[in-house]
Design a protein around this ligand. Structure first.
Ligand SMILES: [Zn+2]
Length: 81
């Protein structure tokens, strides 16, 4: 398993471009990759394919709603209604 430090190292030193493909929940701060990287057209060139592989190794998919919250936070907010 990768530690948080590993992830930080990877993002800051190895592939700063990968940050573009990361989502961060505005509410709880959870991070994951944008589900759009799993789409067919994304891996057309080799660099992107590599980036996808690395992102998938370090993170899970994290879809966000229109206000930038992850599914967990959206679920919690719904319960409170
Ligand atoms: Zn969240």
């Amino acid at each position: 398993m990768d530690s948080l430090e590993d992830k930080r190292y990877f993002l800051e030193h190895i592939n700063p471009k990968a940050k573009r493909f990361l989502n961060t929940c505005s509410h709880c701060g959870r991070q994951g990759y944008r589900p759009s990287i799993e789409e067919e057209g994304f891996g057309e060139d080799g660099k992107r394919r590599f980036m996808r592989k690395v992102l998938q190794r370090h993170y899970g998919p994290l879809p966000l709603d229109e206000s930038g919250r992850c599914e967990v936070c959206v679920g919690l907010a719904r319960k409170g209604d």
